[in-house]
Design a protein around this ligand. Structure first.
Ligand SMILES: Cc1ncc(COP(=O)(O)O)c(C=O)c1O
Length: 428
C-alpha cells in the first residue's frame, strides 16, 4: 500500500486508509477472504471495516468528504472502473424516465453496451474533428446540426475531458438541459483531476457524472467515483450502483480512491505542462494532464523507440502519441520526457498526410470473420478499435480502409477483433 499511497499529509485525512493502517498494525490471523491470507491491507467486510454497499463507518465518511470535493450531493466509490459508473448512470437515468440518449459516436463502448442492456435508445451523432482530432461537441453545433436528435433525446451523454484533453463548454450545455428538462450525464473517466478547476469539472453542471480517478489521479487501476447532483438523482444512483458494483470491493482500491480525490493540486507541474503544450508539435487542449504530441506517420515508430528507452506513452492513434501526466508525476520525469521529445521533433519532422473519408453502407445483414489484412474495401459489421481509448476506429457499416487496417495492425492492444480477424458483411 505504501508504495502507491505516499503523501503522509493526505493519508492523515484518509478514513479508509487509517482504518486499514490500524488493522495492519495489530496481530491478526486471517480466516476470512481473500485466500492469499496476507490479510493486513487487502481485507474483506469485517466488523470494523464498514461495507461499501451499505456504508456507516469509514467508507461513509470517505464518500461524504469526496462528495464535498467533487461538488456532489452524493458520491459513490467504485472499484470496477468508470465502466461501472457509466452503467450505473444509465440505469439511474432509466429509472428517472430516460428512454432516449443523445450520444456522440466516439463515446466509450460502455455507453453503447449499457444502452443495449437497459433498453435505452442511443441517438448517435457523428464526431466533429479539428486537425484530425476528435472534439467534444459544443451545444451550438448540436443545436444547429443535430436538432432532431437532441430534441428527441430525454438525456444528453457527454464525454469530457476526452482522450485528447478536450473539455466541454459546460455553461451552454447546462443552460440547454435546464431549459429543456433533459438529464445531463457525463463520462469524466479522464477527468478525475479537473475538480481543481470548477469551470472544467462536470460537478456543478452534470446531473450524474463519473470521475475516473485512476487515470489522472494517484489511485489504483479501477478506482473511480460516480456522483449525483441532488437528492432525486442520488436516490436513483444509489439503487443503480447496487446493481453494477461488485459485492467484493477491493479495500486497497477504495483507500486509493479516497487518497486520490484528496490529493493536492500540483501547480508547478501544471504550469510546466501547459508551457510545453504551446510547442507547435503539441496539440493545444484544455487539460494539462494530456500531452498529445504529433509524429504523423512516424508515431508508431517513435512509440517503439521510446519503449526501448523505458518510456511508455498512454496511447498512439497512428499520428499522435499521447502521454498522461497526473499531479503525482515527478517533475524530473516530466523534464526527461520533454527533453527526449524535443530531440525527437528534430529527428522526425512532420509531413503532410492525405485525409481518407470512410464510406457508409449498412444495408447488408449476413456477416463473416475475415483476416484483417484481407478486409480492405469490405464493410465492417461491428465496433472495433484501439484499446485504449476503446472508441471505435471502425463503426458498423463503415468501409474498411488500408490506412486504418495499418493502425490496427500496429497497435499494441485492440478490441473487436478475433484472432486477427475482423467481422464484415458478406458480399452478394
Ligand atoms: C471515455 C471513457 N469512458 C469510460 C471508460 C471506462 O473506464 P474504466 O476502464 O475505468 O472502466 C474509459 C476507459 O478507457 C474511457 O476512455
Amino acid at each position: 500500500m505504501n508504495t502507491f499511497l505516499t503523501d503522509k499529509n493526505v493519508l492523515a485525512d484518509c478514513k479508509i486508509y487509517q482504518m486499514l493502517l490500524a488493522h495492519a498494525q495489530k496481530e491478526h490471523l486471517s480466516f476470512h477472504t481473500p485466500g492469499h491470507k496476507v490479510g493486513a491491507w487487502d481485507i474483506t467486510e469485517l466488523s470494523f471495516s464498514d461495507n461499501l454497499s451499505c456504508p456507516r463507518g469509514c467508507i461513509a465518511e470517505a464518500e461524504k468528504d469526496m462528495a464535498k470535493i467533487l461538488g456532489a450531493e452524493k458520491s459513490f466509490i467504485l472499484t470496477d472502473g468508470s465502466t461501472a459508473g457509466v452503467l450505473s448512470m444509465l440505469y439511474a437515468a432509466k429509472t428517472l424516465g430516460v428512454k432516449t440518449l443523445a450520444v456522440c459516436e466516439n463515446s466509450h463502448k460502455s455507453v453503447f453496451n449499457g444502452c443495449a442492456m437497459l433498453g435505452i435508445t442511443p441517438l448517435v451523432y457523428p464526431c466533429e474533428y479539428r486537425e484530425k482530432i476528435p472534439q467534444v461537441p459544443t451545444m451550438s453545433a448540436l443545436k444547429q446540426k443535430y436538432t432532431d436528435i437532441i430534441r428527441q433525446a430525454d438525456a444528453l451523454f457527454l464525454t469530457s475531458p476526452d482522450y485528447y484533453g478536450n473539455v466541454a463548454d459546460w455553461q451552454e450545455i447546462r443552460q440547454y438541459c435546464t431549459e429543456t428538462g433533459k438529464l445531463l450525464l457525463v463520462d469524466g473517466a479522464h477527468g478525475g483531476h479537473l475538480h481543481f478547476d470548477k469551470t472544467k469539472h462536470a460537478g456543478g453542471y452534470a446531473d450524474l457524472w463519473v470521475d475516473g480517478v485512476h487515470k489522472s489521479l494517484p489511485a489504483l487501476t479501477q478506482g473511480a467515483v460516480v456522483s449525483a447532483c441532488d437528492g432525486r438523482t442520488a436516490d436513483a444512483l444509489s439503487a443503480a450502483v447496487d446493481v453494477f458494483r461488485t459485492t467484493s470491493p477491493s479495500y486497497p482500491i477504495m483507500a486509493s480512491v479516497e487518497y486520490a480525490v484528496k490529493y493536492p493540486r500540483n501547480e508547478v507541474l501544471e504550469k510546466a505542462a501547459i508551457a510545453f503544450q504551446q510547442h507547435p508539435r503539441v496539440y493545444k487542449n484544455e487539460d494539462w494532464t494530456k500531452l498529445c504530441v504529433r509524429f504523423g506517420k512516424y508515431a508508431f515508430e517513435v512509440e517503439k523507440w521510446l519503449e526501448r528507452k523505458g518510456v511508455y506513452a498512454e496511447f498512439c492513434d497512428g499520428s499522435l502519441l499521447t502521454f498522461y501526466l497526473s499531479p503525482a508525476t515527478k517533475m524530473q520525469d516530466f523534464e526527461r520526457l520533454q527533453s527526449m521529445l524535443t530531440d525527437l521533433f528534430i529527428q522526425y519532422p512532420l509531413q503532410e498526410e492525405a485525409e481518407k473519408i470512410p464510406q457508409m453502407d449498412i444495408a447488408k445483414t449476413e456477416t463473416e470473420w475475415v483476416p484483417l489484412g484481407m478486409a480492405s474495401g469490405r464493410t465492417c459489421a461491428g465496433l472495433c478499435g484501439l484499446f485504449p481509448p476503446c472508441t471505435p476506429l471502425f463503426h458498423t457499416g463503415e468501409k474498411i480502409t488500408e490506412e486504418k487496417i495499418r493502425t490496427l495492425q500496429n497497435a499494441s492492444n485492440v478490441f473487436g477483433l478475433k484472432d486477427g480477424k475482423i467481422s464484415v458483411y458478406k458480399e452478394e
